[in-house]
Design a protein around this ligand. Sequence first.
Ligand code: NAP
Ligand code: GLV
Length: 313
Amino acid sequence: MSLLIISNTPTAKHNGWAQNWVKALHQKDPNLDIQIWPEVSDPNSVEFVLVWVYPQGELRKYPNLKGISSTGAGVDHILSDAKLPPNIPIARLIDPHLVHNMSQYAVWAVLNHLRGFEAYAQAQARSLWVPRSLASEPQVGIMGLGQLGRQVAQQLYNLGIKVIGWSRSPKAGADMQTYHGDEQLKVFLNQTDVLICLLPLTAETRNILNQSNLKELRKGAYLINVARGEHLVEKDLLAALDSQQLSGACLDVFQTEPLPEGHPFWQHPKIRITPHIASVTDTVSAAAQVLDNYQRALAGKPLLNAIDLTKGY
Ligand code: NAP
Ligand code: GLV
């Protein structure tokens, strides 16, 4: 009986990612048998996998697999595996650290833009004293009102910022104006000065940040994408910045990660880049949830935070 940790991203290898998981899981259960891919002693021994981005088809190699857990909130890296073994339950993480870190990032990015802190840093570099006037009642629109989007909305609201939201299904009782479904997307975008994307990546949401939707935002709007790079049509963002339909963007996620050398985003004066760190899983905080799901999978019980395959998130 073994839990296998798999990721083939360069960042994971670089920063001891798998070892951090082993340490956090062993703090909860010192006897847990853990293997780190690609060193697998016997594929038959693997009953549970904890995965970030991994080679397609890899999970077919474990005939006794009973459960799959993402190491993050998203599961697109699992569902995009064309050779995913069927009928194995899949869970994602829901964790307070993920929620807090995402809220902190979103508040920073929104304030950085709305209060013009970027411009003040540039002015200081030139010893310039240039007070700027503030936009009147700008409205932040959040795409995705799930675990992360709802908290981001709440934190911005607490700071006195006007917030609206858009989701797949209606949100009864939300204390902000909310919209849902394709038919209400345009009316949501038409009222948005700062757009935050916090959608899962699915067939419906891939490329949703495209020319035709970006043009529906208020003139000079600002884009914050903290969901997945594949939500954004990168050339459409560049065109929207050139035409001044958008005034800038803060991007944490990209079509290709790490963002390739020479990519036009790197040197773009209106684009702020961070390396997919908006909200990174805290292994210590999440270990109990993973261990619980490992035991549930072995016992044939439903997993915590299991995803809905029909929705794709
Ligand atoms: P979640 O709890 O599953 O919430 C997803 C939200 O998106 C829900 O409100 C859902 O609507 C909405 N949605 C899904 N499909 C939609 C569609 N077709 N049209 C309109 N709304 C749609 O997800 P979460 O935990 O908040 O995480 C969101 C995403 O953030 C993750 O999937 C991941 O990709 C990304 N993320 C990024 C980082 C980072 O560091 N950059 C960190 C963590 C997560 P309903 O409420 O109606 O279901
Ligand atoms: C990070 O991107 C996550 O999905 O948790």
